[in-house]
Design a protein around this ligand. Structure first.
Ligand SMILES: *Cc1c(COP(=O)(O)O)cnc(C)c1O
Length: 459
């Protein structure tokens, strides 16, 4: 038996020098974004009023397999990377499983999640273009924090439209974002036309990610020297997040192991995409055939019950149309659902890979069962996991328990995308048993699907 250490660390100089773009290797590419006015695929100049040029180019790039990570970004990465790959010995023992469980831990920075990987890159390119201001939205707050951190480091002004329920329920999250110097506005707000319109229609609304996106884009377009940045879903975000999977592969090489099963939680698909795409390349190259599982909440079941079709990325319907698995841009997940997996859509790349069965499976998990897994994991492995990440933990535990039944010693890898210190309300609800599992009815899903736009010839 090999003596594998609990933590498999890389050296600082082993932080990847490139990001991996899977698009050139996809047997069939994801469908292009469609401009909702022109009803034609989005071109570079369509994106430039909203996005920084280099990021827009990365977004549309279907031929460059590897992008060099700028030295300045690698320097910043060194403050929180390489992140450890951890062998979950204690969890294995607790589960009495012959399976070997590994997790890649991305929560070891103040934002508490993988989102800093892309925030650093995006802010760097915006700065390089000479921009001075950025806008974005944040739901659970991790992206807002990550971006505020990167903006403080690269010296950029930032306005964060924070979904009103989070703004009210997570005052400390807001305070962290402000500590890093960003301006936080509860969304919907009266600072934008779309915000005013949504407030007029629904004065008591707690807001949604889709609505905050609409406000952030409007503010970016109306402000000089300002652009909008997004923390998930888009191709360039998956590109930056590939640093997760590339490091994981390098760490596995050191111990001469390779995962049989790879699990990631999916809100917009960026941490799972970042973890999986370098391994998907091995599958496409017919070198390895790991089994890929995506974990999502039953309350926002984009992959497992959604439609694979063109939809807007925001409630205000001002973004390009993306072909993706979606429960509809007007879908409202149940209010008590914890965590940041509430986005209605999904990365077009991950959607296509799943649709083409290159990603094998998606599973929807119920909230209480996710928190059971989270609590067990916290006790065994000492890290308090984010509710989002705990969807992946749930699936990993279930797979390890299957191994206990069959006696197979499979190697299971999951992405531990972040920590849950700001989610203690949800942990409390779980402990005092007020947490409920809302499985949306078909009628509720139909109401969401009804918001999916219909344009002639586009589906
Ligand atoms: C934002 C977030 C997610 C979900 O976003 P993806 O783009 O799907 O990765 C998952 N886990 C954590 C900790 C997050 O902050």
């Amino acid at each position: 038996m090999k003596n594998i250490p609990r933590k498999i660390y890389l050296q600082e100089n082993e932080i990847p020098k490139v990001w991996y773009n899977i698009v050139p290797d996809m047997p069939e590419k994801q469908a292009p974004f469609i401009h909702p006015g022109k009803l034609k695929p989005v071109e570079l100049e369509d994106l430039l009023p909203v996005f920084c040029e280099e990021l827009a180019k990365q977004e549309l790039d279907e031929t460059t397999r590897y992008f060099e990570i700028p030295e300045e970004v690698r320097e910043y990465y060194k403050t929180f990377r390489p992140s450890p790959l951890v062998r979950a010995y204690n969890l294995e023992k607790e589960l009495k499983t012959p399976a070997k469980i590994y997790y890649k831990f991305e929560g070891n920075n103040t934002s508490g999640s993988h989102k800093l990987n892309s925030a650093a890159a995006q802010v760097y390119y915006c700065k390089k273009q000479g921009l001075t201001k950025l806008t974005t939205e944040t739901g659970a707050g991790q992206w807002g924090t990550a971006l505020a951190m990167a903006c403080a480091y690269f010296e950029m002004d930032l306005t964060v439209y924070m979904v009103k329920v989070s703004f009210e329920q997570k005052p400390f999250r807001k305070a962290v974002i402000q500590t890093y110097g960003a301006n936080v506005i509860a969304s919907p707000s009266d600072t934008t036309d779309i915000g005013k319109k949504i407030l007029a229609q629904n004065p008591g609304t707690g807001g949604s990610l889709g609505c905050a996106i609409s406000e952030a884009i409007e503010a970016a377009v109306k402000t000089d020297n300002c652009r909008y940045v997004l923390g998930s879903v888009l191709n360039h975000v998956l590109l930056h997040q590939s640093v997760i999977g590339l490091e994981t592969k390098a760490a596995f090489e050191k111990i001469d192991e390779y995962p049989d099963i790879i699990i990631g939680c999916t809100g917009g698909g960026s941490n799972s995409g970042g973890l999986m795409t370098p391994f998907i390349k091995d599958k496409l190259d017919k070198k390895q055939s790991p089994y890929f599982i995506l974990a999502e909440p039953v309350s926002c079941p984009s992959f497992t019950r959604g439609k694979f079709t063109y939809d807007f990325c925001d409630t205000g319907n001002i973004t390009p149309l993306a072909k993706m698995y979606t429960v509809g841009n007007g879908y409202i997940p149940s209010a008590n659902h914890a965590g940041g997996l509430r986005f209605h859509g999904m990365s077009p790349i991950m959607s296509k890979l799943y649709h083409d069965k290159i990603i094998d499976e998606a599973r929807a998990e119920e909230q209480t069962s996710v928190f059971e897994a989270a609590t067990l994991f916290a006790k065994c492995e000492t890290i308090l996991p984010a509710p989002e990440s705990s969807h992946a933990i749930r699936v990993a535990i279930d797979e390890a328990l299957k191994c206990r039944e069959t006696g197979e010693a499979k190697t299971i890898l999951f992405g531990l995308s972040g920590t849950g210190y700001f989610d203690m309300n949800a942990y409390e609800q779980f402990m005092d048993k007020t947490m409920t599992d809302h499985i949306p009815t078909d009628e509720e899903l139909e109401a969401g699907f009804a918001s999916i736009p219909k344009f002639p010839g586009i589906e």
